[in-house]
Design a protein. Structure first.
Length: 167
């Protein structure tokens, strides 16, 4: 009987704790009431955020970031690098990359991605010498450049690389 009472109390505490930590609710410091927000997303990112009354949430309250850039280059050697200088970068947040490679040889290269701020996002990713690879869940802090360092290109071979960064 004691085990049932303890089990019931523990279950109640867990349920109360879980209900108090809703993922889409923000709690005010002065009130214990939750506020719901509607987030409109487009392919460009967050378009708008409104509260439960339909009022726009000011940009100054929301942390936003963006980054975009492109580079293409024929690389050879071991290692060989492509530096992508963002055409625009602001804030700190998520980043993705698309890497398109074409070559006269078929094989795999190892890829490391790091930036001018000292952030290493990827170490040892497998990239085909002929094909498209996509990287996601990377971080950027508005770097002045992002380095894509390739290893494993055979001597005498080259790879034409196109890289897009976005976020």
């Amino acid at each position: 009987m004691k085990k049932r009472i303890i089990s019931f109390i523990l279950s109640a505490v867990v349920m109360i704790a879980a209900c108090g930590n809703t993922a889409f609710a923000a709690t005010s410091e002065k009130s214990s009431e939750s506020t719901a927000y509607n987030v409109e997303l487009t392919s460009e990112g967050i378009a708008s955020i409104t509260d439960e009354n339909g009022s726009n949430v000011p940009d100054s309250v929301i942390a936003r970031s963006s980054i975009s850039g492109y580079e293409q280059k024929t690389i050879s050697g071991n290692p060989a690098a492509v530096l992508v200088y963002p055409s625009s970068a602001s804030g700190a947040g998520g980043m993705g990359a698309t890497i398109e490679c074409s070559s006269s040889w078929n094989g795999a290269m190892s890829l490391d991605v790091f930036d001018s701020n000292g952030v290493t996002n990827v170490t040892g990713a497998r990239v085909s010498s002929n094909g498209t690879s996509k990287l996601s869940n990377m971080y950027h802090g508005s770097p002045s450049y992002v380095v894509f360092s390739f290893r494993g290109i055979p001597s005498g071979k080259s790879v034409f690389v196109k890289i897009w960064i976005y976020g």
